[in-house]
Ligand binder design. Sequence first.
Ligand SMILES: Cc1cc2nc3c(=O)[nH]c(=O)nc-3n(C[C@H](O)[C@H](O)[C@H](O)COP(=O)(O)O)c2cc1C
Length: 169
Amino acid sequence: MDVLVGYATAHGSTRGVAERLAVGLGRAGLKADVRPLEAVDDADAYGAFVLGSAVHNQTWLAPARKFVRENLDLLASRPVWIYSVGMPGALRGPWKRLGPMQAPVIVRSLPAGLSYRSHELFSGVIRASQLPLGGRIRFRLLGGRYGDFRDWAAIDGWAAGIAAELLRA
Ligand SMILES: Cc1cc2nc3c(=O)[nH]c(=O)nc-3n(C[C@H](O)[C@H](O)[C@H](O)COP(=O)(O)O)c2cc1C
């Protein structure tokens, strides 16, 4: 079965997550195709979908929301997993709990009617140069640290779980 690992990115770290998910699916024997969601021309060709986006202001980037909106009927007929790449790992101290609290907010901002098996919020990469001045100030007030917080073991584990479910079916 061909699996689409689709992503939307602003600065590239979500592409890295998508590529790693695809490697995990491939290792389990599935054929995974990694693509930016704005460049998927035949969604119907895939038997399952792993769709994700970088998170900006607690929602997915526009190309990812557009892909979901335009393919709602198709997605309803196939297994779908969704992932978000934000910065929970960059927060410290009392603010750390804010990271995971975002997950339901992100999901609520997606087009209504999307059904999926599970949603995973991963940490990505955050650099000062990516934020406007106001954002940098807010980030520091939240105890934020800049860096690459991608947890490859967690990403591999999630991919292995998806592969196991698909191969069982
Ligand atoms: C303008 C902007 C807004 C962001 N807003 C959020 C947010 O609301 N929640 C979050 O967890 N991360 C937020 N982030 C962090 C990004 O989601 C994180 O850096 C992610 O790795 C970006 O993925 P990308 O490199 O694929 O673009 C924001 C980053 C930027 C630049």
